[in-house]
Design a protein around this ligand. Structure first.
Ligand SMILES: NC(=O)c1ccc[n+]([C@@H]2O[C@H](COP(=O)([O-])OP(=O)(O)OC[C@H]3O[C@@H](n4cnc5c(N)ncnc54)[C@H](O)[C@@H]3O)[C@@H](O)[C@H]2O)c1
Length: 276
Protein backbone atom coordinates (compact mmCIF):
# COMPACT_ATOMS: atom_id res chain seq x y z
CA UNK A 1 0.00 0.00 0.00
CA UNK A 2 1.20 3.53 -0.81
CA UNK A 3 2.09 6.07 1.85
CA UNK A 4 3.86 3.89 4.42
CA UNK A 5 7.37 3.53 2.99
CA UNK A 6 10.02 4.54 5.53
CA UNK A 7 7.49 5.18 8.30
CA UNK A 8 8.20 3.80 11.76
CA UNK A 9 5.07 2.02 12.95
CA UNK A 10 4.37 0.51 16.38
CA UNK A 11 1.83 -2.30 16.69
CA UNK A 12 0.72 -3.74 20.05
CA UNK A 13 -0.87 -7.18 20.26
CA UNK A 14 1.05 -8.12 17.11
CA UNK A 15 1.33 -11.81 18.00
CA UNK A 16 -2.06 -12.70 16.53
CA UNK A 17 -5.06 -11.62 14.50
CA UNK A 18 -5.53 -8.01 13.44
CA UNK A 19 -2.23 -6.86 15.01
CA UNK A 20 -0.22 -9.48 13.13
CA UNK A 21 -2.00 -8.68 9.85
CA UNK A 22 -1.42 -4.95 10.38
CA UNK A 23 2.29 -5.48 11.09
CA UNK A 24 2.74 -7.64 8.00
CA UNK A 25 0.80 -5.32 5.70
CA UNK A 26 2.84 -2.39 7.04
CA UNK A 27 6.07 -4.34 6.46
CA UNK A 28 5.00 -5.17 2.91
CA UNK A 29 4.29 -1.48 2.36
CA UNK A 30 7.86 -0.52 3.23
CA UNK A 31 7.36 0.51 6.87
CA UNK A 32 9.78 -0.22 9.74
CA UNK A 33 7.79 -2.06 12.36
CA UNK A 34 8.05 -2.28 16.17
CA UNK A 35 5.96 -5.25 17.28
CA UNK A 36 5.02 -6.30 20.80
CA UNK A 37 2.74 -8.72 22.63
CA UNK A 38 2.54 -10.74 25.85
CA UNK A 39 2.36 -13.89 23.69
CA UNK A 40 6.03 -14.27 22.78
CA UNK A 41 5.43 -17.40 20.66
CA UNK A 42 2.87 -15.70 18.45
CA UNK A 43 5.10 -12.65 18.32
CA UNK A 44 8.08 -14.73 17.11
CA UNK A 45 5.91 -16.02 14.22
CA UNK A 46 4.99 -12.47 13.22
CA UNK A 47 8.65 -11.47 13.46
CA UNK A 48 9.67 -14.39 11.21
CA UNK A 49 7.10 -13.33 8.59
CA UNK A 50 8.34 -9.74 8.68
CA UNK A 51 11.95 -10.85 8.35
CA UNK A 52 11.00 -13.05 5.37
CA UNK A 53 9.53 -9.94 3.70
CA UNK A 54 12.76 -8.08 4.51
CA UNK A 55 11.05 -5.47 6.71
CA UNK A 56 13.14 -3.86 9.48
CA UNK A 57 11.56 -5.10 12.72
CA UNK A 58 12.05 -4.54 16.46
CA UNK A 59 10.42 -7.22 18.62
CA UNK A 60 9.65 -6.88 22.34
CA UNK A 61 7.53 -8.55 24.98
CA UNK A 62 5.28 -5.78 26.28
CA UNK A 63 2.21 -5.95 28.49
CA UNK A 64 0.16 -2.86 27.57
CA UNK A 65 -1.17 -2.60 31.13
CA UNK A 66 2.36 -1.93 32.46
CA UNK A 67 2.56 1.83 32.18
CA UNK A 68 6.19 2.34 33.18
CA UNK A 69 7.37 -0.41 30.84
CA UNK A 70 5.35 1.20 28.04
CA UNK A 71 7.02 4.58 28.65
CA UNK A 72 10.48 2.97 28.58
CA UNK A 73 9.54 1.01 25.45
CA UNK A 74 8.49 4.18 23.61
CA UNK A 75 11.92 5.70 24.26
CA UNK A 76 13.63 2.50 23.09
CA UNK A 77 11.67 2.42 19.81
CA UNK A 78 12.57 6.08 19.19
CA UNK A 79 16.22 5.34 19.91
CA UNK A 80 16.25 2.23 17.73
CA UNK A 81 14.64 3.70 14.62
CA UNK A 82 15.42 7.41 15.19
CA UNK A 83 11.73 8.46 15.04
CA UNK A 84 8.20 7.15 15.50
CA UNK A 85 5.41 7.98 13.03
CA UNK A 86 2.47 5.76 13.86
CA UNK A 87 1.18 3.81 16.86
CA UNK A 88 -1.50 1.12 16.50
CA UNK A 89 -2.97 0.50 19.96
CA UNK A 90 -4.45 -2.84 19.03
CA UNK A 91 -3.87 -5.31 21.92
CA UNK A 92 -7.12 -6.42 23.47
CA UNK A 93 -9.04 -9.16 25.24
CA UNK A 94 -12.67 -10.23 25.26
CA UNK A 95 -14.88 -11.32 28.13
CA UNK A 96 -18.49 -12.47 28.34
CA UNK A 97 -20.76 -12.19 31.36
CA UNK A 98 -23.85 -10.32 32.49
CA UNK A 99 -23.28 -7.45 34.93
CA UNK A 100 -25.20 -9.35 37.62
CA UNK A 101 -22.68 -12.21 37.70
CA UNK A 102 -19.44 -10.51 36.64
CA UNK A 103 -16.85 -10.04 39.37
CA UNK A 104 -15.31 -6.57 39.71
CA UNK A 105 -11.87 -8.03 39.07
CA UNK A 106 -12.99 -9.35 35.67
CA UNK A 107 -14.42 -5.95 34.68
CA UNK A 108 -11.23 -4.26 35.86
CA UNK A 109 -9.07 -6.65 33.83
CA UNK A 110 -10.99 -5.80 30.64
CA UNK A 111 -10.72 -2.08 31.37
CA UNK A 112 -6.99 -2.45 32.18
CA UNK A 113 -6.12 -4.06 28.86
CA UNK A 114 -8.73 -2.68 26.47
CA UNK A 115 -8.97 0.90 27.78
CA UNK A 116 -5.92 1.69 29.91
CA UNK A 117 -3.67 -0.20 27.47
CA UNK A 118 -4.79 2.21 24.76
CA UNK A 119 -4.32 5.24 27.03
CA UNK A 120 -0.84 4.05 28.05
CA UNK A 121 0.19 3.54 24.42
CA UNK A 122 -1.22 6.87 23.32
CA UNK A 123 0.45 8.87 26.09
CA UNK A 124 3.77 7.04 25.87
CA UNK A 125 4.12 7.68 22.15
CA UNK A 126 2.38 11.04 21.74
CA UNK A 127 5.49 13.20 22.34
CA UNK A 128 7.38 11.18 19.70
CA UNK A 129 4.50 11.40 17.22
CA UNK A 130 4.27 15.16 17.66
CA UNK A 131 8.03 15.41 17.22
CA UNK A 132 8.02 13.25 14.06
CA UNK A 133 6.25 15.90 11.98
CA UNK A 134 3.60 13.51 10.66
CA UNK A 135 2.36 11.37 13.53
CA UNK A 136 -0.70 9.13 13.61
CA UNK A 137 -2.50 7.53 16.57
CA UNK A 138 -4.64 4.55 15.56
CA UNK A 139 -6.76 3.21 18.41
CA UNK A 140 -8.69 -0.02 18.03
CA UNK A 141 -12.17 0.19 19.55
CA UNK A 142 -14.86 -2.14 18.19
CA UNK A 143 -18.32 -2.28 16.71
CA UNK A 144 -19.06 -2.77 20.42
CA UNK A 145 -17.79 0.79 20.92
CA UNK A 146 -20.77 1.95 18.86
CA UNK A 147 -23.56 -0.21 20.23
CA UNK A 148 -23.95 -2.35 23.33
CA UNK A 149 -25.05 -5.96 23.57
CA UNK A 150 -26.16 -8.10 26.51
CA UNK A 151 -23.33 -10.00 28.20
CA UNK A 152 -20.67 -7.53 27.01
CA UNK A 153 -20.98 -4.66 29.51
CA UNK A 154 -17.29 -4.68 30.49
CA UNK A 155 -16.06 -4.91 26.89
CA UNK A 156 -18.65 -2.37 25.75
CA UNK A 157 -17.54 0.02 28.51
CA UNK A 158 -13.86 -0.30 27.53
CA UNK A 159 -14.52 0.08 23.80
CA UNK A 160 -16.91 3.05 24.24
CA UNK A 161 -14.20 4.58 26.45
CA UNK A 162 -11.57 4.10 23.72
CA UNK A 163 -13.88 5.85 21.28
CA UNK A 164 -14.55 8.81 23.61
CA UNK A 165 -10.86 9.14 24.49
CA UNK A 166 -9.72 8.94 20.87
CA UNK A 167 -12.35 11.33 19.48
CA UNK A 168 -11.39 13.93 22.13
CA UNK A 169 -7.69 13.42 21.35
CA UNK A 170 -8.38 13.95 17.65
CA UNK A 171 -9.95 17.33 18.37
CA UNK A 172 -6.99 18.32 20.55
CA UNK A 173 -4.60 17.42 17.74
CA UNK A 174 -6.70 19.26 15.13
CA UNK A 175 -6.33 22.48 17.06
CA UNK A 176 -2.86 22.11 18.63
CA UNK A 177 -0.87 19.72 16.42
CA UNK A 178 -2.66 19.36 13.07
CA UNK A 179 0.21 17.25 11.71
CA UNK A 180 -0.83 14.44 14.08
CA UNK A 181 -3.75 12.42 12.69
CA UNK A 182 -6.01 10.31 14.90
CA UNK A 183 -8.17 7.38 13.80
CA UNK A 184 -10.64 5.25 15.77
CA UNK A 185 -11.09 1.71 14.40
CA UNK A 186 -14.40 -0.14 14.81
CA UNK A 187 -14.07 -3.72 13.56
CA UNK A 188 -17.12 -5.96 13.25
CA UNK A 189 -16.61 -9.72 13.55
CA UNK A 190 -13.06 -10.58 12.41
CA UNK A 191 -11.78 -14.16 12.12
CA UNK A 192 -9.10 -14.07 14.83
CA UNK A 193 -8.31 -15.88 18.08
CA UNK A 194 -10.13 -13.24 20.16
CA UNK A 195 -13.09 -15.42 21.16
CA UNK A 196 -10.89 -18.49 21.72
CA UNK A 197 -8.63 -16.39 23.99
CA UNK A 198 -11.61 -14.90 25.82
CA UNK A 199 -12.78 -15.65 29.34
CA UNK A 200 -16.34 -15.77 30.62
CA UNK A 201 -18.30 -15.49 33.86
CA UNK A 202 -18.89 -18.63 35.90
CA UNK A 203 -21.64 -20.78 34.48
CA UNK A 204 -21.02 -19.70 30.90
CA UNK A 205 -19.41 -22.07 28.44
CA UNK A 206 -16.54 -19.98 26.98
CA UNK A 207 -15.78 -22.71 24.44
CA UNK A 208 -19.36 -22.74 23.13
CA UNK A 209 -19.39 -18.92 22.93
CA UNK A 210 -16.13 -19.03 20.97
CA UNK A 211 -17.53 -21.64 18.58
CA UNK A 212 -20.66 -19.56 18.00
CA UNK A 213 -18.52 -16.46 17.36
CA UNK A 214 -16.26 -18.30 14.91
CA UNK A 215 -19.21 -19.91 13.09
CA UNK A 216 -21.74 -17.08 12.97
CA UNK A 217 -20.23 -13.70 13.75
CA UNK A 218 -16.63 -13.60 12.48
CA UNK A 219 -17.00 -12.68 8.81
CA UNK A 220 -13.94 -10.64 7.78
CA UNK A 221 -10.37 -11.99 7.56
CA UNK A 222 -7.68 -10.20 9.59
CA UNK A 223 -5.76 -9.53 6.34
CA UNK A 224 -8.80 -7.77 4.82
CA UNK A 225 -9.33 -5.89 8.10
CA UNK A 226 -5.71 -4.68 8.00
CA UNK A 227 -6.11 -3.45 4.42
CA UNK A 228 -9.29 -1.54 5.30
CA UNK A 229 -7.64 -0.02 8.38
CA UNK A 230 -4.48 1.04 6.52
CA UNK A 231 -6.50 2.54 3.68
CA UNK A 232 -8.33 4.67 6.28
CA UNK A 233 -5.02 5.59 7.96
CA UNK A 234 -3.61 6.64 4.59
CA UNK A 235 -6.62 8.92 4.10
CA UNK A 236 -6.35 10.18 7.72
CA UNK A 237 -9.98 9.22 8.41
CA UNK A 238 -11.41 9.99 11.84
CA UNK A 239 -13.20 6.65 12.07
CA UNK A 240 -13.16 3.38 10.18
CA UNK A 241 -15.86 0.72 10.25
CA UNK A 242 -14.42 -2.68 9.32
CA UNK A 243 -16.79 -5.16 7.67
CA UNK A 244 -20.35 -5.06 6.38
CA UNK A 245 -21.70 -6.01 9.83
CA UNK A 246 -20.07 -2.92 11.38
CA UNK A 247 -21.52 -0.68 8.66
CA UNK A 248 -25.05 -2.10 8.92
CA UNK A 249 -25.19 -1.96 12.70
CA UNK A 250 -23.77 1.58 12.75
CA UNK A 251 -26.69 2.61 10.53
CA UNK A 252 -29.13 0.74 12.79
CA UNK A 253 -27.94 2.75 15.80
CA UNK A 254 -28.15 6.03 13.87
CA UNK A 255 -31.69 5.25 12.66
CA UNK A 256 -33.18 3.90 15.87
CA UNK A 257 -31.34 5.80 18.62
CA UNK A 258 -31.86 3.82 21.83
CA UNK A 259 -34.46 1.72 19.98
CA UNK A 260 -31.68 -0.60 18.77
CA UNK A 261 -31.42 -2.08 22.27
CA UNK A 262 -34.65 -4.09 22.02
CA UNK A 263 -33.80 -5.28 18.51
CA UNK A 264 -30.24 -6.32 19.39
CA UNK A 265 -31.23 -8.05 22.66
CA UNK A 266 -33.60 -10.32 20.72
CA UNK A 267 -31.16 -10.93 17.85
CA UNK A 268 -28.29 -11.76 20.22
CA UNK A 269 -30.38 -14.23 22.17
CA UNK A 270 -30.98 -16.05 18.88
CA UNK A 271 -27.39 -15.77 17.54
CA UNK A 272 -25.63 -16.82 20.77
CA UNK A 273 -28.09 -19.09 22.58
CA UNK A 274 -25.54 -20.06 25.25
CA UNK A 275 -25.20 -16.46 26.35
CA UNK A 276 -28.67 -16.09 27.87
N1 LIG B 1 -11.85 -10.11 16.27
C1 LIG B 1 -12.89 -9.31 16.33
O1 LIG B 1 -14.00 -9.69 15.90
C2 LIG B 1 -12.76 -7.91 16.87
C3 LIG B 1 -13.85 -7.07 16.74
C4 LIG B 1 -13.77 -5.77 17.24
C5 LIG B 1 -12.60 -5.35 17.85
N2 LIG B 1 -11.55 -6.19 17.96
C6 LIG B 1 -10.36 -5.68 18.64
O2 LIG B 1 -9.24 -5.88 17.80
C7 LIG B 1 -8.06 -5.95 18.61
C8 LIG B 1 -7.23 -7.14 18.18
O3 LIG B 1 -7.94 -8.32 18.49
P1 LIG B 1 -7.89 -9.66 17.60
O4 LIG B 1 -9.27 -9.91 17.14
O5 LIG B 1 -6.80 -9.59 16.64
O6 LIG B 1 -7.62 -10.73 18.76
P2 LIG B 1 -6.42 -11.76 19.01
O7 LIG B 1 -6.76 -12.44 20.31
O8 LIG B 1 -6.21 -12.61 17.80
O9 LIG B 1 -5.16 -10.81 19.20
C9 LIG B 1 -5.02 -9.96 20.32
C10 LIG B 1 -3.56 -9.95 20.75
O10 LIG B 1 -3.46 -9.06 21.88
C11 LIG B 1 -2.55 -9.67 22.80
N3 LIG B 1 -2.76 -9.17 24.17
C12 LIG B 1 -3.76 -9.47 25.03
N4 LIG B 1 -3.56 -8.84 26.21
C13 LIG B 1 -2.40 -8.14 26.08
C14 LIG B 1 -1.66 -7.30 26.96
N5 LIG B 1 -2.07 -7.07 28.22
N6 LIG B 1 -0.54 -6.71 26.49
C15 LIG B 1 -0.10 -6.96 25.23
N7 LIG B 1 -0.74 -7.77 24.36
C16 LIG B 1 -1.89 -8.34 24.79
C17 LIG B 1 -2.85 -11.16 22.70
O11 LIG B 1 -1.78 -11.94 23.22
C18 LIG B 1 -3.08 -11.35 21.22
O12 LIG B 1 -1.88 -11.69 20.55
C19 LIG B 1 -8.55 -6.00 20.06
O13 LIG B 1 -8.45 -4.73 20.65
C20 LIG B 1 -10.00 -6.41 19.92
O14 LIG B 1 -10.78 -5.98 21.00
C21 LIG B 1 -11.60 -7.46 17.49
Amino acid sequence: MEGFAGKVCVVTGAGSGIGRALAIELGRSGAKVAISDVDTEGLAETEAELKAIGAPVKTDRLDVTEREAFELYAGQVKEHFGKVNQVYNNAGIAYSGDVEVTAYKDMERVMDVDFWGVVNGTKAFLPHLIESGDGHVVNVSSLFGIFSVPGQAAYNAAKFAVRGFTEALRQEMLTKYPHVAVTTVHPGGIKTAIARNATAAEGLDAQQLANEFDRKLARTSPERAAQIILEAVRKKKARVLVGADAKVLDVLVRLTGSGYQRIVAKAMAKAVPGAH
